[in-house]
Design a binder for this molecule. Structure first.
Ligand code: NFS
Ligand code: SF4
Length: 664
């Protein structure tokens, strides 16, 4: 456990054993990592920047504002609240833009697939038909690809939609939530439009009312969660298959001494999927052999890793915080990157070794990297060119160190559909058993642990929070780099049920699921929205997401995308807890985020620095919802009788993990 956590501004302690092992090796001695840079900076973050009161939206500034000091408002007269709200809203817009641009690429890839171009097919026809229904696409008497093409074109139109009607996907939300959005005028219209309007409204001299700014910030975030991200998740599932539970391994030990190691880092699964397919082609395997390697070992980093982990069981070498360590092993022939969350430092780290960083997307180039453009329309040949470059590096590999014992078994692939089947039984997929178990108190509630890693709070924060939640019978849903971290901690395997409280443990053991369910990448947070809606529709837990005993956290958020996610959870009625927000220098606005949003949205942001405190707040919020629902009576432990076990046991994956499992 990290020692310096409480109150530490820039905690740099590494607790992850594989990371420590790699950095302790001689061949990593020249490697400078973000941990080192945090330590060596020797200055704390700028007060104005970190509290949200610095504005450079026009050339009369930059203005540094001190709340309550008259001489210290902006040259234009902007107050701390306006400045912080504009900054916060732009963060939401930037995060939403990243998800949106990613989603657009996926929709375009989907359209190509529907046209029969490229290596992919329509795999999940059932999901396609349900989307077709949502988009009013006629399905009767039509070919699958014809339906897919129309769905794809209608999905693409959602991005540029100019009428004032809500995005199609928002029809999936609970009716009560849709009514709230309508009343507030924040039902998202066009995915691109909301980001553009947000940028406009935060331009100098436009929207100066922080409550009004937050309305558009909510609408922008909703266009991400219920629009872009949800479209991306659904169409990706239709093309590449909706995830089902499967075993896999995570951590730096997934790299192999005798194979060509290629890590794929970034976000858009079109590239990663093509690499997966191409890496199995005989000519590529032959080339690897010629270079003296026994095979080609693909491993993921960050969210693209989560995508292929969920769908193909391809191992994940590391999350965001480990991207430099993956290279510091000296055992990676190439790190293939596309967009988002790629630290510029990886090119520097790679210089110490034979490793090439290969950029593949015209939108994201890096000094010091090799650029090999990935062409969607010629996906397999593009992928082969990338693999060929990487494979040829194998012979140049020098001294390297792989922490071979650092690999942890995980069971992943808990899409909303899987949860439906596993808990409800394959023949009557339903959330009824989950709702019943929440009502009878075996499961206290649901906690989502999502988002990034960073270098501020200690790298075991996710684990501490998850352990505390499951101990208190809270079922945990995880996505993004948080999910990878929880995998490293051994919490994504059914054996971790022994760490859960008696009620949750009983449910997990009966069904054969881990107490922490890996639901995918960050765009897959949309799966959590769908799952929450399914719980509402199932009945017994209120009629809106804001009634559910469910709460989210992104304790180690780093990316602007995480703030967009937090805001769409709040605007959907779910409480979220973050470690900090860059708004504390604006008293009224800050209070509005932490309390005031309750009135219009039925949920608000929460902040806590310490992981245990985050867990405590989450449990308190869950208990408050239970009380409001009148299900807070003694959470009596009811044992399953045989019939109930049979009911729940029908779909057990029985996927026991082998290997170390969770630390005791
Ligand atoms: Ni999410 Fe994924 Fe990771 Fe954070 Fe970055 S990879 S999209 S933003 S760091 S979880
Ligand atoms: Fe300063 Fe106002 Fe310009 Fe911002 S918009 S930099 S507060 S003058």
């Amino acid at each position: 456990m990290a020692v310096k956590r409480n109150g530490c501004e820039s905690c740099t302690d590494i607790t992850c054993s594989s990371t420590k092992e790699v950095l302790a090796q001689g061949n990593a001695k020249n490697v400078k990592t973000a941990f080192d840079r945090v330590k060596s900076r020797g200055m704390s973050a700028c007060l104005f920047g970190s509290t949200g009161t610095c504005c450079r939206h026009c050339n009369m500034g930059p203005c540094q504002i001190i709340d309550g000091v008259e001489e210290m408002i902006g040259i234009c007269g902007a107050t701390a609240d306006t400045v912080a709200a504009r900054g916060f809203a732009r963060t939401v817009a930037a995060g939403s833009a990243a998800h949106t641009d990613h989603a657009r690429e996926m929709v375009k890839g989907f359209i190509e697939t529907a046209k029969g171009n490229g290596p992919n097919q329509i795999k999940d026809v059932e999901k396609l038909l349900s989307l077709a229904q949502l988009f009013n696409v006629v399905t009767e008497g039509r070919e699958v690809n014809e339906i897919a093409l129309e769905v794809g074109e209608k999905a693409l139109a959602e991005f540029g939609k100019q009428d004032d009607q809500p995005l199609t996907m928002t029809k999936r939300a609970p009716e009560k939530r849709q009514a709230i959005w309508k009343k507030l005028g924040i039902a998202p219209r066009g995915v691109d439009r909301e980001v553009v309007e947000m940028m406009h409204r935060t331009h100098m001299g436009v929207d100066q009312d922080y409550q009004n700014i937050m309305l558009q910030a909510s609408r922008t975030a909703l266009s991400d969660g219920w629009g872009a991200s949800m479209l991306s998740t659904e169409l990706t599932d239709i093309m590449f298959g909706t995830p089902v539970p499967r075993r896999a391994i995570v951590d730096l030990g997934v790299l192999k001494m005798d194979q060509v190691n290629i890590t794929v880092h970034g976000h858009e699964p079109l590239l990663a999927e093509a690499l997966c397919i191409a890496a199995q082609e005989p000519d590529m395997l032959e080339l690897a052999k010629k270079q003296g390697a026994k095979g080609i070992n693909l491993a993921g980093v960050c969210c693209t890793g989560n995508e292929i982990l969920m769908r193909r069981g391809i191992p994940v070498a590391g999350g965001f915080i480990q991207q430099e360590m993956v290279l510091a092993t000296g055992a990676v022939e190439a790190m293939v990157v596309d967009v988002q969350c790629i630290m510029q430092s990886v090119a520097e780290v790679a210089k110490n070794f034979h490793t090439d960083i290969i950029t593949t997307n015209y939108r994201a180039k890096m000094p010091g990297a090799v650029h090999l453009q990935f062409e969607d329309h010629d996906a397999i040949n593009s992928a082969k060119a990338i693999l060929t470059h990487a494979i040829k590096n194998f012979k140049k590999r020098g001294q390297c160190f792989i922490p071979l014992n650092s690999k942890v078994d995980v069971v992943v692939g808990f899409s909303h559909e899987t949860i439906n089947y596993m808990l409800g039984g394959r023949f009557r997929g339903s959330y009824r058993p989950l709702n019943d178990n929440i009502i009878n108190g075996r499961i206290r509630g649901v906690g989502a642990i999502v988002g990034c890693d960073n270098f501020k709070l200690g790298d075991d924060a996710h684990e501490i929070i998850a352990r505390e939640l499951i101990k208190n019978d809270v079922l945990v849903l995880a996505t993004g780099c948080a999910a990878t971290a929880l995998g490293r901690a051994g919490l994504l395997c059914p054996e971790a049920a022994k760490l859960a409280g008696p009620g949750l443990a009983e449910v997990c053991e009966t069904v054969g699921i881990p107490p922490v369910l890996h639901m995918g990448s960050c765009v897959d947070n949309s799966r959590i929205l769908i799952a929450a809606t399914a719980m509402v529709r199932e009945g017994g837990l209120g009629d809106d997401i804001s009634d559910l005993p469910a709460v989210g956290t992104a304790p180690l958020w780093m990316s602007e995308k995480a703030v967009a996610i937090g805001q769409y959870f709040v605007a959907s009625g779910a409480q979220v807890v973050f470690q900090s927000l860059p708004t504390s220098g604006a008293k009224a606005f800050h209070k509005y985020l932490l309390e005031g949003l309750m009135k219009p949205l039925g949920a608000h942001w929460n902040i806590a620095e310490d992981p245990m405190e985050i867990a405590r707040i989450m449990i308190a919020r869950i208990d408050a919802k239970r009380a409001a629902l009148g299900i807070d009576k003694q959470r009596e432990r009811v044992l399953f009788d045989m019939a109930m076990r049979r009911d729940l046991g029908t779909t057990s994956i029985g996927a026991g993990c082998h290997g170390p499992g969770p630390k005791a």
